[in-house]
Design a protein around this ligand. Structure first.
Ligand SMILES: [Zn+2]
Length: 428
């Protein structure tokens, strides 16, 4: 396995830092020293010629079906690659019945809920923990709306690395439960995610912890990138690269990571075209939509959404997200809470149990079809970024309550009649 990292580039001032050694770099060396943590988010560069040579020697087809198969496109040394933590290579379901229902050519659902802790974030956390071990960190920390936290806690638990996690006190209970069982030290911050993020960053500086926050740590985005690498490879089984990839957007790192992966696979010749991106935000939490037209974040953002994973008012990686959306000839749409609950039901009725932020991406597709942004001949892939089990309260809101009955056949018959009458009343 070849080391193919070339440099780090500042996404703001463009300065390149070829001398930074990610093999041993301290976590504090994670932002551009000129621009600082506010603007100076770094991007990792690769020598794709070396990657291509390595893939010719050991073809992808011969490698394990998990995200470590892309080792040359990760800033990790061979010893840090952990095939015993299988993450990724999540299934792509061809939801033909749902495509017909929506009136489009093809609808693919990439089920990221199948990852070890049931969300997309395992891609980043596994790479983050592997890198923390590589640089000999003794403690790892992150702030999260919930999924990144539970996934970090899980991967830290795998290797016995102490983890300090900052979540907003309002995070859904199933996510908190995961954290607690994995044995992380959890701080439920009595404030928003944005405040929890700032607190975590300050604590990392104060106590010298490895900072797993994707927005600031460029290593983590490389983990997220593997979803784009995978989609490129898997699309061969589904009639080629989709016309659209729909993904919900909070901090902006996920969409930026996916796009980087797709671009690298395009540059490497694995795919011959690129999809467009459909970026989906919550109706009242849509700073990326604002940033796309204003080149800055909104001064005020205080709306609410049930989709906790994208309830981010100050997206730290907004520039990377905006660059990705522009490069991809992408479109931003928003989804109301009602549309998200509808999409949870719609996905569920077609066999996919999605958490609100994951269903938001599908809600965005529905709205893009209505506005004719997505046409009847389009092929669309939706990133289902987290399992519905991550937020059972909103799942019940979407799915409704079961019918309570006495344990008799008569009660069953009455209940069936009652539910038929209810359905008829709803239709008329
Ligand atoms: Zn800079």
């Amino acid at each position: 396995m070849a080391w193919c990292v070339t440099d780090l580039t500042c996404t703001y001032c463009g300065a390149s830092y070829p001398g930074v050694n990610l093999k041993t770099a301290e976590a504090t060396w994670m932002v551009c020293p000129h621009c600082g943590p506010g603007d100076g988010i770094l991007e990792i560069g690769y020598d794709l010629g070396r990657v291509r040579a390595a893939w010719n020697t050991k073809p992808l087809a011969s490698r394990p079906l998990n995200h470590w198969r892309y080792a040359e496109l990760l800033p990790l040394e061979p010893a840090a690659i952990r095939h015993d933590w299988p993450v990724g290579w999540t299934p792509v379901l061809d939801a033909a019945r749902l495509a017909r229902h929506l009136g489009i050519q093809q609808l693919l659902l990439k089920d990221e809920g199948r990852n070890p802790t049931a969300s997309f974030k395992d891609r980043a956390s596994s790479v983050g923990v592997a890198h923390a071990l590589q640089v000999d960190a003794k403690t790892i920390a992150c702030a999260s709306t919930g999924n990144a936290a539970s996934s970090l806690a899980g991967h830290a638990a795998l290797v016995g690395l102490p983890a300090y996690i900052f979540v907003p006190a309002t995070a859904p209970e199933p996510k908190i439960a995961q954290l607690q069982v994995f044995g992380a030290t959890v701080f439920a911050v009595k404030a928003s995610y944005d405040a929890a993020y700032d607190l975590c960053t300050r604590a990392c500086h104060e106590f010298g912890w490895y900072n797993r926050n994707c927005a600031i740590n460029p290593v983590l985005v490389e983990g997220k990138k593997t979803a784009g690498l995978e989609v490129a490879e898997q699309s061969a089984d589904f009639g080629g690269v989709p016309d659209w990839i729909a993904v919900s957007v909070g901090d902006g790192c996920t969409i930026a990571g996916i796009w980087k992966g797709l671009q690298q696979m395009h540059d490497l010749g694995v795919i011959d075209r690129l999809p467009r991106l459909l970026a989906v935000q919550a109706e009242h939490v849509n700073p990326i939509e604002y940033a796309l037209t204003h080149d800055a974040l909104p001064k005020e953002s205080d709306g609410k959404t049930i989709a906790d994973s994208i309830d981010v008012h100050v997206p730290r990686n907004w520039r990377k997200a905006v660059h990705a959306i522009r490069d991809a000839d992408g479109v931003v749409v928003t989804a109301s809470d009602e549309a998200i609950l509808d999409a949870m039901r719609l996905a569920g009725r077609h066999g996919m149990f999605a958490e609100p932020a994951a269903a938001a991406a599908l809600a965005g597709v529905v709205s893009a079809i209505e506005s004719k942004t997505i046409g009847p001949h389009d092929r669309v892939l939706v990133m289902i970024t987290g399992s519905g089990l991550k937020d059972t309260k909103n799942a019940i809101r979407a799915g409704g309550q079961p019918i309570a009955i006495e344990p008799t056949v008569g009660a069953v018959a009455n209940a069936i009649q009652g539910s038929r009458r209810g359905a008829e009343a709803q239709r008329s």
